[in-house]
Design a binder for this molecule. Sequence first.
Ligand SMILES: NC(=O)c1ccc[n+]([C@@H]2O[C@H](COP(=O)([O-])OP(=O)(O)OC[C@H]3O[C@@H](n4cnc5c(N)ncnc54)[C@H](O)[C@@H]3O)[C@@H](O)[C@H]2O)c1
Ligand SMILES: CC(C)=CCC[C@@H](C)[C@H]1CC[C@H]2C3=C(CC[C@]12C)[C@@]1(C)CC[C@H](O)[C@@](C)(C(=O)O)[C@@H]1CC3
Length: 348
Amino acid sequence: MATRLRAAGAGRSCTVIGGSGFLGQHMVEQLLAKGYSVNVFDIHKRFESDQVTFFLGDLCDKEALLPALRGVAVVFHCASPAPASDNRELFYRVNFTGTKAVIEACREAGVQKLVLTSSASVVFEGTDIKNGSEDLPYAQKPIDYYTETKILQEKEVLSANDPDNNFFTTAIRPHGIFGPRDPQLVPILVQAARSGKMKFIIGDGKNLVDFTYVENVVHGHILAAEKLHKGSALCGKAFHITNDEPIPFWTFMSRILTGLDYDPPKYHIPYWLAYYLALLLSLLLALLRPLVTIKATFTPMRVALAGTFHYYSCERAKRAMGYSPVVSLDEAIARTVQSYPGLRRARA
Ligand SMILES: NC(=O)c1ccc[n+]([C@@H]2O[C@H](COP(=O)([O-])OP(=O)(O)OC[C@H]3O[C@@H](n4cnc5c(N)ncnc54)[C@H](O)[C@@H]3O)[C@@H](O)[C@H]2O)c1
Ligand SMILES: CC(C)=CCC[C@@H](C)[C@H]1CC[C@H]2C3=C(CC[C@]12C)[C@@]1(C)CC[C@H](O)[C@@](C)(C(=O)O)[C@@H]1CC3
């Protein structure tokens, strides 16, 4: 590994924590393409590559992390339990306690730059946000446990910024990442359509939201790593990275569905009715949990995301790191639909 690190040049050696995931794999691919030497640290190994050194382990274990961080200049931390896991203990252990272990391991291993994948939803409380800036306060009432721990995680990383000791941190806040190999947007949408649950538009269908193509998210992370240094505007700050093309939530859903030959939703259900039905269902399922575990498609979080405005300004990223999306929304939707032949509706 030391040879590879030297070959890439110290500044272009990195470790992707969570590199086996949806965003992580795209991150690894683009880093390799840019000539970085790449380590992956993940609790699962989901792909083979002779260009990558894999370190398997739990990021909550600092000793397991250290070998993967030694000699690298940049750490991208994009690991998290899946939001749908809804496991409070796991979220706190990995996203909060685990992130503190990542910071300690970075400091001990002499890593200079830590780029965290946060989430734009750290400021979302289930009510409209239109062109929200990074100056919005953290949600006082986060809409789920996952988001609660993403807030704690981001605070830990940004407060760890320590330029006097050559340790620089920044957080990237994507929103609604989609693209090839996404495990939690298109597959769940198609599953809902196949089970006849995609007939209704929640609300009036005019709520603009951000969906961000995965390659634009990766581009934002790599730009951040390259612009993060002593005295830069990135130190200890968070940045929205989006496609900069807010789109009505249900227009996006319909374009993915019709692209895969499913009928788009066409009836409307009032937002308040959908939200309270989802809340009632979630309470019922919580009561039944000791007996049976049932995963709801329409959770209060998802209904809130489906029925409110939530799009964010990435002006700060444009100014501080020269960010602009590299793939347009139209092109991104086309590529995404094209990448899921197995999810296309079978023609009778
Ligand atoms: N998908 C989105 O829409 C979205 C939007 C905004 C932010 N994010 C953030 O982006 C990051 C990546 O999300 P994703 O969609 O690629 O998720 P993913 O579930 O596909 O990938 C997460 C990876 O983290 C790994 N991981 C989980 N717990 C671990 C542990 N204890 N130790 C080591 N590795 C562990 C998993 O094995 C997985 O490979 C996450 O931090 C998520 O919060 C995602
Ligand atoms: C209404 C239905 C069932 C639509 C089907 C598509 C559904 C599954 C789909 C539509 C919107 C989408 C979504 C996420 C998961 C899948 C889901 C909900 C999450 C929560 C992942 C974690 C990110 O951190 C966070 C918070 C972000 O980007 O801020 C996003 C916000 C947007």
